[in-house]
Design a protein around this ligand. Structure first.
Ligand SMILES: Cc1cc2nc3c(=O)[nH]c(=O)nc-3n(C[C@H](O)[C@H](O)[C@H](O)COP(=O)(O)O)c2cc1C
Length: 432
């Protein structure tokens, strides 16, 4: 089918971009200035994006119960603050993740096709990771290559490659080689998405990648002129780690045909061996303590507790609820990352207190990207950074180390406390 991109309309439009883009983005930028928290950023993203793209970003699966549960669970956790700790902002938020020193304990989780949300895409996110000295993680289905990311992030910057296992194993091994050449020392194998979740917003919105030119999609495109201009005035986005030579139309088909729903522990074991033991190896999408142990047995070094942001198996538990059991199962020395439902600095503090070494954020930075490119991602990071600083100051802890070591005294789940605590007190006293 003939499309504006097949006719290379982008080559003509790009000459008008210096005048047209600022005009079309004027309102979005004004709105971004007023943003106070992540919920505000979400509204900015919704108003700038094409409806189907916002739906893809924001959706959960089925009835979206896990999507809400991930967030709600944080509200059930109380912070038992210490007073008069004598702290002044800004606190030191630095820690060590994936074997490297970083300035903040949270980072951008790997998310597919960043250029879908804003033309600056993954490069904007990498640039904010550099500014914050935080981990950067590139998705297997990114719209930017390792080599392009390397233009922004030095060889030594902590970088992870998130892996989906394609049926074409030669392609996978070639990607491993390319990743390592560009200084991606660590990898994260995603294991909760071998089967694709049922995302009903995408079905209702008629999501296609690349977008199709039906009447309703064109109507929606006209309602989102800033997004539409960027889409039409730039080269069409491609999955940069897959096949550069494939036209966009056949890429979606290629990705679908390459995902392997029958992927098993044997395959995971093969893959972790192929990566080798040169750097940390994370398994992303763990929900059960027994699976965490099994992953360590076959050679993974980092457990990433995640349910894909509530986009896969609906009614799976909130990640923060299962974190303590997973920490208990793997012991104190194994690195744990948690993602899912983080919207506030207090959420990050709670995750660290309950057993995580680091926290990944997905939708919060994508809202920022969609709302205003690099500027929006920087805003998301700065909101969470300030909120975490304030949460720690009010809680009375002056370092990530203290938050982690004193966590179980500072942060407690509401509801299960009083009677259990009394029982525990009696048992300590030898009365029962
Ligand atoms: C639009 C979108 C695309 C995603 N793409 C990927 C991906 O390519 N690989 C992956 O491992 N996880 C992917 N995820 C999941 C995130 O890495 C992360 O686990 C999740 O978003 C965390 O939950 P949160 O969005 O509530 O922060 C994606 C999430 C979103 C929202």
């Amino acid at each position: 089918m003939m499309t504006p991109h097949s006719l290379r309309v982008d080559k003509v439009l790009k000459h008008f971009s210096p005048i047209v883009r600022p005009l079309l983005n004027f309102r979005a930028e004004r709105r971004l200035e007023k943003v106070v928290n992540i919920a505000d950023l979400r509204l900015c993203a919704e108003s700038r994006l094409h409806k189907m793209i916002f739906g893809y970003l924001d959706t959960g699966s089925d009835d979206e119960i896990s999507l809400r549960r991930n967030k709600d669970a944080f509200t059930e956790i109380e912070m038992h603050f210490k007073v008069l700790a004598g702290l002044a902002p800004p606190l030191d938020l630095s820690t060590k993740l994936f074997g490297k020193n970083v300035d903040i304990p949270f980072f951008a989780s790997p998310c597919a096709g960043n250029r879908m949300f804003h033309n600056e895409g993954e490069l904007a996110v990498a640039s904010v990771a550099k500014e914050n000295n935080s981990v950067y993680c590139l998705s297997s289905v990114s719209t930017t290559s390792f080599e392009q990311i390397r233009q922004v992030l030095s060889h030594d910057h902590p970088k992870l490659f998130q892996v989906y296992v394609w049926k074409d194993r030669d392609l996978l091994l070639e990607l491993f080689q390319r990743a390592k050449q560009q200084g991606f020392e660590s990898m994260a194998l995603t294991v909760d998405a071998a089967w694709y979740g049922n995302r009903e917003r995408d079905i209702r919105n008629g999501l296609t990648v690349p977008p199709s030119y039906t009447m309703s999609q064109i109507y929606e495109a006209l309602k989102a002129p800033a997004w539409t201009w960027d889409f039409l005035a730039n080269p069409v986005f491609k999955y940069a780690l897959i096949r550069d030579d494939l036209p966009a139309e056949s890429l979606a088909h290629f990705v679908n045909s390459q995902l392997n729903p029958a992927f098993s522990w044997d395959d995971a074991s093969w893959l972790v061996k192929e990566w080798g033991d040169t750097g940390p190896r994370a398994i992303k999408g763990i929900c059960r303590p027994t699976d965490a142990r099994k992953a360590l047995d076959i050679g993974f070094t980092t457990i990433w507790v995640s349910n894909h942001g509530g986009r896969q198996l609906d009614t799976s538990p909130a990640t923060i609820d299962i974190l303590p059991a997973i920490r208990k199962a793997v012991g104190p020395n194994v690195e744990i990352i948690l993602d899912g439902g983080i919207q506030r600095g207090t959420d990050i503090a709670k995750a660290l207190a309950l057993g995580a070494d680091g926290v990944a954020i997905g939708k919060p930075y994508l809202y920022g990207l969609a709302a205003g490119g690099r500027h929006g991602v920087a805003k998301a990071f700065s909101i969470l950074r300030k909120e975490l600083d304030r949460a720690m100051g009010l809680l009375g802890v002056d370092s990530i180390e203290e938050l982690k070591s004193d966590g179980d005294r500072l942060v407690q789940k509401r509801g299960c406390s009083m009677r259990d605590t009394q029982g525990a007190r009696y048992s300590h006293a030898g009365l029962i």
